[in-house]
Design a binder for this molecule. Structure first.
Ligand code: IPD
Length: 275
């Protein structure tokens, strides 16, 4: 589905909705954090935690989206699955960086994206047309809509544009299974001697926004889920980043996502996947 076939949709308006909801949900989880946090459940492994605040944030976001856009579908990390008829699916991470949230490290976000069907855009078959990522600890609001550029707190942002790995600050992330982590550790061992340095910040959406703002030169990860990257990919792309997948035939997403200046993204892909 293309924007042209969605007659009543203004991406700028969708971005405003995403921003308002991400900010409100962010303030909600920050307030809950003040009262203390504990693990409510674990998911794929003992390291993959969910807190009561993840669930409350998702319930809040779904309620707000249903009120603002009753015909849209919603897909959330904590299980929200609302059907819709408009062609738009909101992809929501109620807390991206849950382990940081648990430890009160100031790098967690709420990520909200409006997506349309587009198998060529990302590996999950969707393309974000508007989105927002809000970090309640820093009160930074990143937002973008397709063709409208990327913004941080209303001001335009651009990637650094650095193409050389030797002087690039590269961020990555790790999955929750031991097998995947062993592969990821091997990739970091290949990469670290060749780069300026590596960061593991702990929130994929925030990594993509920091890349968009030129505070990182590159970001890659294997194993991401759509809610981790939906809004962040749009924000990074609108800030000038190339987003590539595992190979030419596979768009960025769970099998692999490399985001940077185009030449640097290619360099990273070849090093990370050659193992
Ligand atoms: C995780 C974070 C992390 C990334 C993981 C994600 P969650 O999301 O984005 O940085 O490395 O792959 O699962 O579990 O905190 O929502």
């Amino acid at each position: 589905m293309t924007l042209a076939s969605l007659p009543d949709v203004s991406p700028g308006l969708l971005a405003r909705i995403a921003s308002d909801i991400a900010r409100s949900a962010g303030e909600l989880i920050l307030a809950r954090r003040g009262a203390g946090v504990s693990v409510a459940a674990t998911k794929s492994s003992q390291n993959d935690v969910v807190t009561e605040a993840d669930r409350e944030s998702e319930r809040f976001i779904v309620g707000e989206l249903r009120a603002a856009r009753p015909d849209d579908a919603v897909l959330g990390e904590e299980g929200a699955g609302v059907a819709g008829s408009s062609g738009i699916t909101w992809v929501v991470d109620p807390i991206d960086g849950t382990v940081n949230y648990l430890y009160d490290l100031p790098a967690y976000t709420v990520s909200v994206a409006a997506t349309v069907s587009d198998p060529a855009a990302c590996a999950d078959g969707r393309r974000a047309i508007a989105g927002a990522v809000y970090n309640p600890r820093t009160r930074e609001l990143f937002e973008a809509w397709e063709g409208g550029g990327a913004r941080l707190d209303g001001a335009p942002i651009r990637i650094s544009g650095k193409a050389q790995l030797a002087t690039a600050l590269v961020a990555t992330g790790f999955g929750y299974s031991s097998e995947r982590r062993a592969e990821q550790a091997a990739a970091v061992a290949r990469l670290l001697p060749l780069a300026r340095d590596i960061r593991r910040i702990g929130s994929a959406s925030y990594d993509l926004c920091l890349l968009a703002a030129g505070r990182l030169d590159a970001y890659y990860e294997v194993g991401l889920k759509p809610w981790d990257y939906a809004a962040g990919v749009l924000i990074a792309r609108e800030a000038g980043a190339a987003l590539i997948g595992r190979d030419a035939a596979t768009p960025p997403g769970e099998p692999g996502l490399f985001a940077a200046d185009p030449a640097l993204a290619e360099t990273l892909r070849s090093i990370v996947l050659t193992g």
